[in-house]
Design a protein around this ligand. Structure first.
Ligand SMILES: [Zn+2]
Length: 264
């Protein structure tokens, strides 16, 4: 990772006291440098249909083994930007090639496009002069925030396709085992927030990073809420993909095998 380009991206949006009230301008020498290193971008204009086609192409070369290895590699190295390829891949791998609203959602909770909605993707018909810099800032700082945006999944996998070398060490595998063990240790009523606190002992990370990992795993179908009665009302507002999750849901052994079988 080019540290100078990373710093420029960080300084565009962030100060020691948090978000800048308005980001630095996307022009000038620094911006051009970060752009040349693939960290920052000019505004993008693209349609939903173009993104869906491009995602289909990206899936021809990006395998689940690769996104899983990158995720694990990120655990000990703290390369948080390599994590969300797992959820971006999972959310879009079964997405059929379709046009926006080819079938409309009867009850849209993510998108008016039924195919996107079914796959829990938030999407629009077209994106005009859209800023990708803030999405990449969030990706590099915390591991991604708007994980289920069609636009994010596309940007994430596009950038991921240029990455290589994801060595999975015994330390990474041990962290993975610890994460799964913490899920098994949860009491029936425990929420995603309680699991996040358990993960504190296992993953070298900040709370924000653990929250993102939780969402990524939720979108990958690892901890998945079942059809059983909920022990708490209203779910957990801190989370999206795992808002309804509770301890006795555990995790999907099938999904664990699918992604991480080779590393356990
Ligand atoms: Zn769609």
């Amino acid at each position: 990772m080019d540290n100078k380009a990373k710093k420029i991206l960080m300084n565009t949006f962030w100060t020691s006291s948090g978000w800048k009230s308005s980001p630095a301008a996307f022009t000038g020498e620094d911006f051009d440098y970060a752009k040349s290193k693939g960290f920052m971008f000019d505004p993008v204009t693209i349609t939903h249909d173009e993104i869906v086609l491009r995602l289909h192409e990206l899936h021809q070369t990006i395998t689940k083994e690769r996104v899983a290895a990158a995720f694990l590699h990120s655990l000990s190295t703290k390369k948080v930007h390599l994590r969300s390829a797992l959820s971006s891949w999972a959310l879009t791998s079964a997405l059929p090639v379709h046009t926006y609203g080819e079938r409309s959602s009867a009850r849209p909770n993510h998108s008016s496009c039924r195919d996107c909605n079914f796959h829990r993707l938030m999407s629009d018909r077209e994106y005009i002069n859209q800023d990708l810099n803030v999405l990449n800032f969030e990706r590099v700082k915390w591991g991604g925030i708007r994980l289920n945006w069609l636009l994010y999944c596309w940007m994430d996998l596009e950038l991921f396709s240029k990455e290589e070398g994801f060595e999975v060490t015994t330390e990474d595998a041990a962290i993975l085992s610890g994460m799964l063990e913490a899920i098994r240790d949860c009491a029936d009523h425990e929420s995603a927030r309680m699991l996040e606190k358990r993960w504190k002992e296992v993953i070298p990370s900040s709370k924000n990073e653990r929250d993102v990992i939780m969402e990524i795993w939720g979108y990958a179908g690892l901890p998945v809420p079942r059809d059983t009665p909920r022990k708490r009302r209203g779910g957990s507002h801190d989370f999206n993909s795992v808002a309804e999750w509770q301890g006795d849901d555990g995790y999907s052994q099938e999904a664990v095998e699918l992604y991480f079988g080779a590393f356990l």
